[in-house]
Design a binder for this molecule. Structure first.
Ligand SMILES: NC(=O)c1ccc[n+]([C@@H]2O[C@H](COP(=O)([O-])OP(=O)(O)OC[C@H]3O[C@@H](n4cnc5c(N)ncnc54)[C@H](O)[C@@H]3O)[C@@H](O)[C@H]2O)c1
Length: 441
């Protein structure tokens, strides 16, 4: 076996393991409520791959839902998901590969979308237009324009649209944010988010025939056609511009979302500067493996001063930073907090006096599901409503645009436009081929 091939295979396994490990969730027995069978919400899972199987396994044993469909363009993955649903619930779901069959079924009230990022916007918009409530994985969109179209589709169709940043429903993170909002470290002027972990190489590959079990054309969807390459999928599409948003949109978006939440900014930044690129990997991966981004929010404090958010990413580090693979720090006028996504925070006062330390559980995926289902019943906005996540996912897009162009991005938060840089402005959206899933609006 050639080195490149071996590295690629090792990476495939390690990428999936890393993604799964870093997305460690817990099953809270309270939040999986046992409700009467007649009250069940009929749902479907679209894209039961790595994360999609985590959703499928939880939904299969959730007595408040009935999983009517599993939909995947890879028939092996669809079959595996159907097996899990049958085992967990005692009822076999229908297996389909074209999501339109799910969306056409009036019985289906809600869909979980765990496809690659390039399908999030198109699938969520189609689902909302078909009147389905939507749980869509993070980053909510592949680009800024699609995020805005998703908000419009959710509001126009009056459906709930929850995004898969489960930290928003995790008690330990909620408690840390409440602490910050109570003023424990004074006024927070700066927050930092980081993603520091070891990923694998995706190798270098040439176009080849797609596997027989995969409908590659459906996998591509509205993306301009390009020949199949074995290092597009599964899981590793995230390192390609056409399909994913890099690790900032993968693990980074959780950290940026928590940082923005604690910093208390409910708008887009006005200016973004970045440095980064491929410092470590010599492979096909297009997104940066090393990134430093500074976001400025003009007039964000009570007295009209700016706030800053900093993002750091090194995906070649066989060690963690400040004790956490993924974490956030908040710098206030009276103290600071260091918060790990995996469930610990420390609050320091002047001269670094330890004021409080707290350890809690990891991300609570079941609670996030429950919040979505509760909102379907109550009509309330969910914890990670599309409008909330659009602000955090836009940080990934603007950070990537500033990294790719190497220029400071001046952003109009109200119009969601970049001024004075046509090349950067073009990256706020993308081109499509003529396809039924191409978002319009
Ligand atoms: N919330 C979290 O903590 C968390 C953790 C990991 C991944 N994710 C997110 O979940 C999503 C999936 O990531 P992954 O690592 O599981 O990727 P993956 O490639 O393993 O899985 C994606 C699945 O979608 C299927 N698919 C692609 N296009 C489809 C279509 N048109 N219709 C139906 N199925 C289709 C693929 O065949 C595959 O089985 C990403 O957006 C990722 O960011 C979230």
């Amino acid at each position: 076996m050639s080195n490149t091939r071996r590295e690629f295979l090792e990476q495939s396994a390690s990428s999936i393991a890393a993604t799964t490990a870093s997305a460690a969730w817990i099953l809270s027995s309270d939040s999986v409520s046992a409700q009467a069978g007649s009250d069940r919400i009929t749902v479907a899972v679209i894209g039961p791959g790595g994360m999609g199987m985590a959703h499928t396994n939880l939904l299969a044993v959730n007595k408040s839902v009935r999983v009517a469909y599993v939909c995947d363009v890879d028939e092996q993955r669809a079959a595996k998901a159907a097996e899990a649903v049958t085992k967990g619930s005692g009822q076999a779901p229908k297996i389909v590969k074209d999501m339109r069959q799910v969306l056409d079924d009036k019985e289906v009230k809600a869909v979980w979308i765990a496809t690659p990022d390039h399908w999030h916007g198109p699938a969520a918009i189609l689902a909302a237009n078909a009147g389905k409530h939507v749980y869509v994985e993070k980053p909510c969109s592949h680009n800024v324009r699609e995020g805005r179209l998703m908000i419009e589709a959710a509001r126009r169709n009056k459906v709930v649209m929850q995004v898969g940043t489960q930290s928003r429903s995790t008690p330990h993170i909620q408690k840390a944010i409440e602490k910050l909002k109570s003023g424990v470290i004074g006024e927070i002027l700066v927050a930092k988010a980081w993603n520091s972990q070891r990923r694998g190489s995706i190798g270098k590959q040439k176009p080849s025939e797609p596997p027989k079990n995969l409908d590659y054309d459906l996998w591509l969807g509205p993306v301009t056609h390009r020949p199949y390459q074995s290092n597009f999928l599964h899981g590793i599409w995230r390192w390609w511009y056409d399909f994913g948003c890099g690790d900032i949109g993968n693990d980074g978006v959780h950290d940026l979302d928590i940082a923005r939440w604690g910093l208390g900014v409910e708008t887009h930044p006005t200016r973004v500067a970045a440095l980064g690129g491929k410092s470590y990997f010599d492979d096909d991966q297009q997104h940066a493996d090393t990134q430093y981004i500074a976001y400025e929010y003009a007039s964000a404090t009570k007295n009209g001063r700016s706030k800053q958010l900093i993002f750091e990413q090194r995906i070649w580090s066989p060690y963690v930073q400040e004790g956490f693979e993924n974490g956030d720090a908040y710098y206030g006028t009276d103290g600071m907090m260091v918060l790990g996504k995996a469930g610990k925070y420390q609050i320091f006062g002047v001269r670094n006096k330890l004021i409080e330390e707290s350890t809690g559980g990891g991300p609570d995926l079941a609670a996030h599901h429950q919040n979505f289902l509760d909102c379907i019943r109550s009509g309330s906005r969910p914890n990670a409503d599309i409008e909330i996540n659009h602000l955090s996912t836009t940080l990934c897009h603007l950070g990537n645009i500033a990294t790719r162009t190497g220029r400071v991005v001046n952003f109009d938060p109200a119009k969601e436009q970049i001024s004075g840089d046509p090349e950067a402005a073009r990256l706020l959206a993308r081109e499509y081929r003529d396809h039924w899933a191409r978002p319009v609006g």
